[in-house]
Design a protein around this ligand. Structure first.
Ligand code: 13P
Length: 251
């Protein structure tokens, strides 16, 4: 049985003071029953404080990115070990904003995945197609190519701690969501890829999230799809009340 997961990617939003205000309000809000795993992904600068506030609360913490080296002369970068020291269990790898705006290619993402897994972090690997690719019916080609390249050499035993987030780029921050059926189709296709590339059991146990304009109104219908195990939420994760409502909807 796959536990549902709702992750809030704050992107470049919230100072540590604002993060603290959010976390106190979120912990006080009605988040439904305990069945849904919840993860907050603040900017690096808020991680240490967030880690302290979230300790023993059942709400997990993750980073939005990491560098693949353990340490050294990499100005501006953060290592897997630093994320763990702040209390992170998860880390995003390959968000479309990193791929597009910061030119992160599949070779780099493969190294980041290896670094995360070697340190004991669970990577949330993001994949998804552009609007043009979507219109041209290239969802399978695009997503499959990303999975093949990003997961190259990742062993079957390591997949247990990987989470996949299918985020069609045209649905991110646009208010336009893939319909639940459309999202389910893409996510079922991804699960099928894992059963061929790894095996049936691994594919069955893998958690795959949908991301792209998820809000309290559409979350329940998305998460109700048989292959969709939760959501990676951007804009709607910035308000503690709104994000808590999404968690309730996923329960
Ligand atoms: P929005 O929920 O704002 O569309 O962002 C989705 C996203 O990119 C989450 O990582």
């Amino acid at each position: 049985m796959r536990q549902r997961l709702i992750a809030g990617n704050w992107k470049m939003n919230k100072t540590p003071t604002e993060a603290e205000r959010f976390i106190r309000a979120f912990l006080a809000a009605d988040r439904g029953a305990d069945g849904v795993e919840t993860v907050l992904l603040p900017p690096f600068i808020g991680l240490e404080l967030a880690g302290r506030l979230l300790r023993k609360t059942g709400v997990a913490l993750g980073g939005q990115d990491l560098h693949f080296e353990e340490k050294g002369a990499f100005t501006g970068e953060i290592s897997a070990e630093m994320l763990i020291a702040c209390g992170c269990r998860y880390v995003l790898v390959g968000h479309s904003e990193r791929r597009t705006l910061f030119h992160e290619d599949d070779g780099l993402l493969n190294r980041k995945l290896n670094a995360a897994l070697a340190t004991g972090l669970s990577p949330i690997l993001c994949v998804g197609e552009t609007l043009a690719e979507h219109r041209e019916g290239q969802v399978r080609e695009k997503v499959t190519a990303q999975l093949c390249a990003d997961l190259d050499g990742i062993e079957p035993a390591q997949i247990a701690s990987v989470v996949i987030a299918y985020e069609p780029i045209w649905a991110i921050g646009t208010g336009e969501t893939a319909s639940p059926e459309e999202a389910e189709g893409a996510i079922r296709m991804i699960r099928g890829w894992f059963s061929r590339a790894y095996d049936e059991e691994i594919a069955k146990n893998l958690r795959i999230l949908y991301g792209g304009s998820v809000n309290p109104e559409n979350a329940a219908a998305i998460v109700a799809q048989p292959d969709i195990d939760g959501a990676l939420v951007g804009g709607a994760s910035l308000s503690p009340e709104t994000f808590a409502r999404i968690v309730v909807q996923a329960g």
